[in-house]
Design a protein around this ligand. Structure first.
Ligand SMILES: Cc1cc2nc3c(=O)[nH]c(=O)nc-3n(C[C@H](O)[C@H](O)[C@H](O)COP(=O)(O)OP(=O)(O)OC[C@H]3O[C@@H](n4cnc5c(N)ncnc54)[C@H](O)[C@@H]3O)c2cc1C
Ligand code: SF4
Length: 284
């Protein structure tokens, strides 16, 4: 195991400053993805900063306007079990419960979930085979290799990996927003703009930079939310990542779809929102 130093952050400002100043430092929340990546030598941080003691980031709040506030350190299991999450946005609870295992969901956080890295086997290969995401410029072993689980949309010659988060597919469909606190203050990023396509820089999964700390995910009130569903197709029925998944949320009137929100998972480097299909669903 690669050795690392561990310290604890007590205030967001401290965490942001330390992350900004030290390029070899990584935040650790539940550790369920990061520690695996370190074991696979896909990332080798010299220092880990434990953010679990930052105040106020585990809050799950059902907003009076019908939306949700989900703190970045809320555990997947707590969000999935929350009465108002299940009532207002069933697809969020379903996506969470179809991910990982009970033990992992008890440890893993919402911020860590949307930051998790691809499950491409070459990226996680300890033998350091060519992989542009792991070692920029080294090539892509999956392009002409084992790529059954890889991208069909938005890929590039540099990388054909997919994003593995189930929750991200649900959040992309319902116009959620990622709230980030960074060196210049707080900003909100539309969920569909949070993850990147690989292009020529597949080592960058999302738009965050040094010193950026996710503090929450905000879900706006949506009439489609209540009639929503997350469907996941995988090689086995538990403890497996998606071959393909779909989030659908609709408003119906006398059996006709009046408005729809659709996104696919397991098919691209980011959750794949289907805006054209949404319009067709309403027109038919
Ligand atoms: C065997 C196995 C099966 C799994 N199956 C699924 C599955 O089917 N579907 C699915 O969606 N997931 C699955 N997962 C992934 C799991 O959901 C993630 O490991 C987990 O959500 C990560 O959360 P964490 O809090 O443990 O993150 P960590 O491992 O602590 O961190 C992950 C990354 O996020 C960064 N980070 C964490 N919090 C913040 C923050 N607040 N701000 C900025 N950066 C932050 C860390 O620096 C790190 O880079 C599986 C994992 C395992 C090990
Ligand atoms: S698909 Fe991406 S992550 Fe997988 S080997 Fe190619 S560059 Fe690496």
């Amino acid at each position: 195991m690669h050795p690392f130093a561990l310290s604890i952050a007590h205030e967001p400002a401290q965490a942001i400053a330390e992350h900004l100043q030290d390029p070899h430092l990584a935040f650790i929340a539940g550790g369920t993805d990061l520690l695996g990546l370190i074991k696979d030598r896909a990332t080798l941080p010299a220092r880990l900063l434990d953010i679990n003691h930052l105040p106020g980031l585990t809050r799950i709040e059902a907003r009076a306007d019908g939306g949700l506030h989900i703190g970045a350190l809320a555990h997947m299991s707590d969000v999935a079990a929350h009465h108002e999450v299940r009532r207002r946005f069933p697809l969020i609870a379903e996506a969470l419960l179809l991910a990982a295992s009970g033990q992992l969901r008890n440890m893993a956080t919402i911020g860590g979930n949307i930051m998790q890295r691809t499950r491409c086997a070459y990226f996680r290969d300890e033998d350091d085979v060519p992989c542009n995401k792991r070692r920029p410029g080294s090539g892509c072993s999956a392009l002409h290799g084992l790529n059954r689980n890889h991208a069909v949309f938005g890929w590039s010659e540099a990388c054909v990996a997919t994003h593995p988060s189930d929750l991200a597919v649900a959040l992309a469909a319902i116009d959620a927003v990622v709230v980030v606190r960074g060196p210049t203050g707080e900003r909100s990023i539309n969920f569909t703009d949070f993850h990147r396509l690989p292009g020529t820089a597949p080592e960058r999964d999302n738009v965050l930079g040094r010193g950026d700390l996710i503090v929450a995910v905000e879900v706006p009130a949506r009439p489609e939310g209540r009639a929503s569903h997350y469907l996941k197709v995988r090689d086995r029925q538990s403890y497996e990542f998606a071959l393909v998944s779909a989030s659908a949320a609709v408003v119906t009137d006398h059996g006709r779809i009046r408005s729809a929100r659709l996104a696919l998972g397991g098919v691209a480097h980011k959750p794949w929102r289907l805006t054209a299909a949404e319009l067709v669903a309403c027109a038919s």
